[in-house]
Design a protein around this ligand. Structure first.
Ligand SMILES: Nc1ncnc2c1ncn2[C@@H]1O[C@H](COP(=O)(O)OP(=O)(O)OP(=O)(O)O)[C@@H](O)[C@H]1O
Ligand SMILES: [Mg+2]
Length: 341
């Protein structure tokens, strides 16, 4: 009865920074009991960085939740005739080649019924989520975790983890409004993740391969610096803030336009408008981003704190994690799996 409460390690293996959150199910919610992060210069350093993190914080928990992302992860929202889940799983396998660009034997698939509705012709339909991940990516990922001495508990997808993090925050505020449409945008180093939710259910996700690295490249070009120097100047422009903002503005506009295209698609498909935009990820700190996005979307852009609904335990340095909070959306979403809500 008084046994140790369950803990997991949520590991967000970003392409430039690894974020590790050791969390516990408190019964009422989740608590952060350990935290570490590490920057990585290139993909080859990933395993060393993970091992380093585990050693540094002396994480004892081996059960971990991680996520995959990128071009080997296909997410589709499909409308089908209503049927039970077991039948759906069969049907989807037969029809998979209509939706995914890989051979059905090359992928691991999962499906979920999102909601039932009535089609234009009055026929009963359902909205189905289909996720397919290339086996080669899963195998690579599992090998990485095994090398780090970790036991995979769940392998999630970045965009869905982002949605789950938002739900953790909403729970602390009395829940999500059932009809409210919000867009979550996580701007990392390699990609920008978009997840549009209606009443907490994901209706659209997309990865745009335009993010931090592209801003660094813009700074590098403008100031004639190598990548490392440009990265430093981008993150800490000091007296050159105006020039840095100028250098990145065209890339910011491109990203804003890409995101707007996703909003347009969603709004055409579902006849609903995106009401609020929530930004996270390390590149959310870019100077001028809020102004550029508010101009592009003509709606308010909120920088939210993914740790808002998470209890911080005594041995975690609250000051350090709160400064880093904006980068922890995916990590908190992975951590939320410690609980059955
Ligand atoms: N102060 C800052 N100003 C601008 N950019 C910043 C700042 N701090 C961090 N970044 C950028 O944030 C990015 C890292 O953010 P994050 O940890 O969200 O990415 P990631 O998860 O590693 O990448 P991805 O999700 O694309 O795999 C880097 O590109 C970094 O340059
Ligand atoms: Mg990331």
């Amino acid at each position: 009865m008084f046994g140790k409460s369950k803990k997991i390690l949520a590991l967000d293996i970003g392409s430039s920074e690894i974020k590790a959150l050791e969390v516990q199910d408190t019964g009422a919610g989740i608590a952060l009991t350990g935290f570490a992060s590490a920057k990585i210069g290139n993909q080859n350093e990933t395993i060393y960085a993970i091992k380093e993190i585990i050693k540094k914080v002396n994480f004892k928990v081996k059960r971990c939740v991680t996520a995959v992302s990128g071009r080997s992860v296909i997410v589709r929202y499909v409308t089908m005739a209503q049927m039970p889940l077991e039948d759906l799983r069969q049907a989807i396998r037969f029809e998979a080649d209509k939706y995914i660009p890989f051979d059905v034997d090359e992928v691991v698939m999962d499906t979920q019924i999102l909601e039932d509705n009535v089609g234009d012709a009055g026929s009963p339909e359902m909205k189905v989520l289909l996720v397919a991940v290339r086996k080669s990516l899963i195998e690579e990922h599992l090998a990485l975790l095994a090398d780090a001495g970790l036991q995979p508990h769940i392998i999630d997808v970045d965009a869905f983890a982002l949605g789950n993090a938002f739900e953790v925050r909403a729970r602390g505020q009395g829940g999500l409004a059932p009809e409210k449409v919000v867009a979550l945008i996580d701007i990392g180093s390699n990609k920008t993740n978009i997840n549009i939710l209606k009443g907490g259910v994901s209706y659209f996700t997309r990865e745009v391969y335009l993010a931090g690295n592209d801003f660094t490249e813009a700074v590098s070009r403008k100031f004639n610096l190598d990548t490392q120097e440009a990265e430093r100047l981008k993150c800490d422009p000091g007296g050159q803030a105006t020039e840095v903002e100028e250098a990145i503005l065209p890339t910011l506009d491109d990203l804003g336009n890409e995101i707007q295209l996703s909003f347009d698609y969603f709004e055409n498909q579902f006849d609903r408008v995106v009401e609020e935009v929530y930004i996270s990820g390390g590149s959310a700190r870019l100077p001028g981003l809020q102004r550029a996005f508010e101009g592009a979307f003509e709606k308010s852009v909120v920088f939210w704190n993914p740790l808002e609904g998470v209890e911080i335990k005594g041995n975690v340095d609250a000051r350090v994690v709160s400064q880093y909070a904006g980068q922890l959306a995916v990590g908190v979403g992975l951590a939320s799996r410690v609980r059955r809500w």
